[in-house]
Design a protein around this ligand. Sequence first.
Ligand SMILES: NC(=O)c1ccc[n+]([C@@H]2O[C@H](COP(=O)([O-])OP(=O)(O)OC[C@H]3O[C@@H](n4cnc5c(N)ncnc54)[C@H](O)[C@@H]3O)[C@@H](O)[C@H]2O)c1
Ligand SMILES: O=C(O)[C@H](O)CO
Length: 327
Amino acid sequence: MKVFVNKRIPEIGIHMLKDAGLEVFIPEHENLSQDEWLSYCKSHDVILSVGGEFKYDKDFFAECPNIKAIALYSVGFDHVDIQEANHRHIPVGNTPDVLSKATSDVAFLLMQSVARRASYNFEKVKSGNWGDFDPLHALGQELYGKTLGIFGLGRIGFEMAKKSLKAFDMNIIYHNRHQNTEAEEELNATYVSFEELIAQSDVLSIHANFRPEQKELFNTSVFEKMKENAIFINTARGGFHNQKDLYNALAEKKIWGAGLDVTNPEPIFKEDPILELSNVCVLPHIGSATIEARNGMAKLAAENLIAFSKGEKMPTCANPEVYSQNS
Ligand SMILES: NC(=O)c1ccc[n+]([C@@H]2O[C@H](COP(=O)([O-])OP(=O)(O)OC[C@H]3O[C@@H](n4cnc5c(N)ncnc54)[C@H](O)[C@@H]3O)[C@@H](O)[C@H]2O)c1
Ligand SMILES: O=C(O)[C@H](O)CO
């Protein structure tokens, strides 16, 4: 079976594929054009897909009917038309759990960085402006006993809530598609409406899996209902927030600050005025960027394709319903 891997991944995954007898192709250069990527897809059986820039939509599946399975090197699958994949009986593997702690660590990092104005103070030092001890300048806020609101309390949201409770004894509230009884029992989390989540959160952290119908759900109508001391954190998908509205809310100090590991658009334009604000910290989508998480993702993606090559179910599949469909 011929595997197209569009970008280098940790060697452990490649070795696993080759040891299982699969033929692996990785292009010499990584920044493929859409045409180059499509041409490679057309000449292989399955894809180990890294990144979200290439969309697996209806047009793709129509152009590449040869593709029998896709193993994503991510847990998010919003760049895949799952309905179309199901229609074509194509399993789509993903990489849950192995990156949950690492990604929640970045949300936790952003929460603290914004609360204590780390970026602003670091920029001051870099510009040679250490400044005299000033009891009233650039003060941060403490998080102890504050309310953490989680939008989308799943695997990563759970880890974020757990470490925030443990470190700062934060009160956990959440809004989800369905109740998370484990979080309610283990973290004393309280299920609230979307409106209550916005109004009550001192820190609002987005951890839902993105769907197009939720585009820019977090916009001026939300930011104006948040507390003035509120911190907005997004490590899920940039599509969840309207970045111009967020800039306005931050510039007008309607909210305390924002920490982003995902932006809208992504990558962010270096001229984006949000980068000039002193109450913002932006990271370049590094949630899963640890040695441990990226190795774990490589192993999972390889295991998914190896299982497929043996006619078995993928261990971690974004569309498990594909296995119960009538042929
Ligand atoms: N920044 C990064 O590098 C990085 C890394 C990994 C994952 N992510 C993002 O984080 C997302 C979550 O990953 P996960 O493993 O925790 O997924 P998950 O499926 O375990 O959790 C997502 C939760 O969101 C809830 N949800 C979805 N839509 C909702 C809505 N409209 N309203 C309320 N709740 C909703 C679901 O019920 C689920 O509980 C991924 O889909 C991905 O987009 C980002
Ligand atoms: O969804 C994920 O795993 C991350 O965003 C990396 O794409």
